[in-house]
Structure formats: C-alpha cells, structure tokens
Design a protein around this ligand. Structure first.
Ligand SMILES: *Cc1c(COP(=O)(O)O)cnc(C)c1O
Length: 369
C-alpha cells in the first residue's frame, strides 16, 4: 500500500493485528506478569501492549520510534539526562516554564550550563552554538507565539556538531515533522493536542536514532516515568480524532484572531496566520497550518485583563492548552513569564472546537462588546 497521509496514520496505526484481534488495543491493567512462560516481566521494565500501541501510532505519525513517558516534562528530563555532566544546552529564553526550570536546576547542581536565547532570532542562536551539546527548540514560542526558522537552525546546529531536540507540542505532527527537517529528537506533551481532552498528563519522544531510542527507554526505566495503561488507552483514543479536532480548532483560531484584531478593547493580537503578524511569512513557509493558539493584549491594565478572564462563561479561565475546550489565562500571572517581560495584559487563548460564533459571543460580552 502507498504511504499513508497523517490523517490516515492517526486512525489506523497502533491497532492489534492477526486473526480475531480486537480492533482497539485494550488497556492491560496489571503491574506484573506470571513467571510460567519463563519471562520475568514487570510493567516499568518491559512495558506492555498498552504503551506499545500508543508508541506505534505516535512513532508512525512523526516518522520515527516513540517512547512515551508519564508526563511531557518526564520526556524533557529523559533528553537532558542523556547529556554528559558539564554539557552546554542552548534553549529558548521563552521555553516552556518546566523545561527552563529543569535546566536551571541542573545548572544549579553543576550538571550543565544553560545558554538562553531568543530562538526566533536565527543569528543569535547560531552565535551560541559553539561548544554546545544540545540545542533545544520549540516550534512556537510561548506565550508570544514567535516562529523559529527550524530548518536553518537545525542545519547550523549539526554543522557545529550540536544535537537538536524540538518540542513540537504547539504545532503537532500535522503542521510540521521536525525529524523530516533533520532534528534528532521530537518531543510532544501528549497532555495537549495528542490526547486532546484535558484528562491526562503524558509525554513522548520520537527519534530515528537507534542509540538515542535505547537511551530514552533506559531513562524511562531508571527514572521511573512510566505511563499508566489507562492513560495510554485514553491518549490513543484521543489521538484518533486529532486531525479533525485540530482542523476545527485552527479554523476557529484563524477567524477569532481576525475578529479580535478589529476589536476596540484589544490592543494587539499575536497569531502567525494574520497577514501583518511578524511571523506570518515564516509560518507560511515552514508550517502546514498556523495552529490554534492566539495571544492577545487587552487594552488597559492587568486588572482589566483579569476581569476579561473571569467574565468569560464558555471559555474556561485555566492554564494548559490543546483540549477540545477553549482555555484562557493571563500569562504574566506566572512569575517566569513576568520576568521575561510578557505584557501584563496578554491573554493566551487555547482555541477549542466549540462553535466559533459562541466563542466570539463569549469574548464580546467579556470584552464589553
Ligand atoms: C505542557 C507542555 C510541556 C510539559 O508537558 P507536561 O505534560 O505538562 O509535563 C512541555 N512543553 C510544552 C510546549 C507544553 O505546552
């Protein structure tokens, strides 16, 4: 059969095979297995069909071999854990807060040196690569929604002998497959779009490098970040609808970004799908879609922005993203974002799959028409 498109891989990969097999992989809810087949099997060490089915699907989607972890941050920790003591890591100044905290903690313990840089500034990244062991990239910066030039950065890093890992949580494999661009590792917080229902925490690493894959499996076994069978079942069930969920969420986001940009109570909208966004050209060139995250600034004060959040009814005031339901939060309430100079009134809006006019109605009443 011809190579399948992502929408078909999402639906078909990771299903049990063979005569009489169940259509879906059932969650195998056990920690241990009987010895009488001669094997010595324990869930954390050897895994199970539950995690294997999810890994088969996520690996096929990103074009590599997947290792699933009990959280996205567990996956990040596995990548950092492969580095020898004393390594230099180049990472985004606005990386996911947990990733930065993990690296800063490792630096404090004397295990690595962190160089943070604006990854949307290609020359600035290249200037930091000398002597580095790892370049950590994110396909979209958070919460300013800048787009780095992935292919150029990956090529420059490899020319300098630097390994590249890409957190592609915001874009999903549907908008970009970093391994196809030469990245050594792609990471997703499966908590977000992959599982898509805000009902579990999970992460995944995918690589084409057999040695790295082996290291990631070892890191999971020794670090203990093994995912639960029920979470694997739910994540795979959620993944089956990723393409339609993401398509709707992106369409909603494009429309809402346009309407927000014209709203008098909104002073600025950051969304690479808008033609006048500073990252529009780059996103159009590099990504298959503009994503479903919008950041916008409310005209006025932090209190005005907080009031918008607490006045919303359909859109929930909560952190996180990537679920079927729309979520919003004022990012400067987080210390890490405030210290980065994120505008006080900036709201990060994870657009869900509700009807676009209901979302707009909710925004209008909260913004005061
Ligand atoms: C949520 C998130 C993470 C961390 O994932 P968890 O599943 O919450 O541990 C890492 N990177 C990005 C971009 C995220 O949004």
């Amino acid at each position: 059969m011809a190579e399948l498109r992502p929408e078909s891989i999402i639906v078909s990969a990771g299903r049990p095979e063979g005569p009489g097999a169940p259509l879906s992989q059932p969650p195998v809810l056990t920690s241990t297995y009987r010895h009488d087949d001669g094997a010595n099997r324990y869930l954390r060490n050897e895994g199970s069909d539950s995690v294997g089915a999810l890994e088969a699907a996520l690996g096929a989607l990103d074009g590599g071999t997947a290792t699933v972890y009990a959280s996205g941050l567990g996956a990040v920790a596995a990548v950092i854990g492969t580095l020898p003591v004393g390594s230099v890591v180049v990472a985004p100044e606005a990386a996911y807060a947990g990733t930065v905290a993990l690296c800063l903690n490792a630096q404090k313990l004397g295990r690595l040196t962190l160089r943070q840089v604006d990854i949307t500034d290609t020359d600035a990244v290249i200037a930091e690569l000398d002597g580095a062991a790892l370049l950590w990239l994110e396909t979209t910066t958070n919460p300013l929604l800048g787009i780095p030039d992935l292919p150029v950065l990956i090529e420059a890093a490899h020319a300098a002998g630097v390994r590249v890992a890409v957190d592609a949580t915001f874009t999903t494999a549907l908008n970009v497959r970093p391994l196809d661009l030469g990245a050594d590792v792609v990471m997703h917080s499966a908590t977000k779009y992959v599982a898509g229902h805000s009902d579990l925490v999970q992460g995944v690493l995918i690589t084409r490098d057999a040695e790295l894959h082996e290291a990631f499996v070892t890191a999971r076994r020794l670090g203990g970040a093994f995912p639960g069978a029920m979470d694997c079942f739910l994540a795979l069930r959620g993944l089956r609808t990723l393409a339609v969920r993401f398509e709707r969420a992106q369409a909603n986001a494009a429309e809402l970004a346009r309407r927000l940009a014209a709203h008098p109570a909104v002073s600025r909208v950051r969304y690479s799908g808008l033609p006048d966004d500073p990252f529009h050209e780059r996103a159009t060139r590099l990504l298959a879609g503009y994503g479903a995250m919008i950041s916008f600034e409310v005209a006025g004060t932090a209190a005005d922005a907080e009031r918008v959040c607490s006045s919303l009814c359909l859109i929930t005031h909560a952190t996180s993203l990537g679920g079927v339901e729309s979520l919003i939060e004022r990012r400067a309430m987080h210390e890490g974002d405030r210290s980065l100079g994120v505008p006080e009134t900036l709201l990060r809006f994870s657009v869900g799959i509700e009807h676009v006019d209901d979302l707009w109605g909710d925004l209008q009443q909260a913004l005061g028409n």
